[in-house]
Ligand binder design. Structure first.
Ligand code: COA
Length: 179
């Protein structure tokens, strides 16, 4: 397996990865109004609006895309920060370290870009192993208060520990409802 940045020509394979990954996932956002798996739609939409190109990474096995993760421009208390997701791995390739490789790579890339932190919504059981902790106890509020038990942050080298406030994802995350 190699992990590399997304490049032109990967779009359809990335869409297919998220369609397959989230069709069978318990925490999928469901389908858009046009019948697409929401996370596959979101990966496409972020490419045009908000994705940080250096944080759109694919895992490639035998020349084929098996997993993808993307970080996009969000804000914390009005200052730039990173929102992570979607992350997906082809179902038959899951539990073989691909998701972990993508996570380590995207966190390292965000740190190298001097981003202060990466935020995500997900299972603390899974993301805790990458250094994510619950955000709310640090005074970092999710866009929706009901997300508190799953809203997590991984702080990076550029993090200011005195920062408090609300995190906002790129607009594409809100557009899912109307897509
Ligand atoms: C989540 C996902 C990206 C992980 O990729 P992966 O390649 O299977 O991950 P890895 O092989 O590196 O790690 C597998 C480990 O993560 C655990 N894991 C995977 N998803 C988990 C979850 N939602 N909650 C808790 N643990 C999870 C597995 O149990 C496994 O643990 P183990 O090694 O102790 O048995 C992949 O399972 C996936 O695409 N899922 C469907 C889409 C999804 O739910 N994305 C995340 C939304 S927040």
């Amino acid at each position: 397996m190699i992990v590399r940045r997304e490049r032109p020509g990967d779009e359809a394979a990335i869409h297919a990865v998220h369609t397959a990954a989230f069709s069978s996932a318990p925490r999928s956002s469901g389908l858009t109004g046009s019948g697409e798996v929401a996370e596959a739609w979101l990966a496409d939409r972020l490419r045009d609006t908000g994705a940080l190109p250096a944080l759109s990474l694919v895992a490639v096995i035998d020349g084929a895309v098996a997993g993808h993760v993307v970080g996009s421009r969000g804000t914390l208390a009005g200052q730039p920060s990173v929102g992570l997701g979607p992350i997906g791995v082809l179902p038959y390739r899951q539990r073989d370290g691909i998701g972990s490789a993508l996570m380590h790579a995207v966190i390292g890339a965000a740190d190298a870009l001097d981003e202060p932190a990466v935020f995500l919504l997900g299972s603390p059981d899974y993301y805790g192993r990458f250094g994510f902790v619950l955000a709310v106890p640090l005074g970092l509020e999710p866009p929706d208060a009901s997300w508190g038990e799953h809203f997590q942050v991984r702080t990076l080298r550029a993090w200011d520990p005195f920062v408090r406030g609300a995190f906002a994802y790129a607009a594409a995350f809100d557009e899912i409802r109307g897509a």
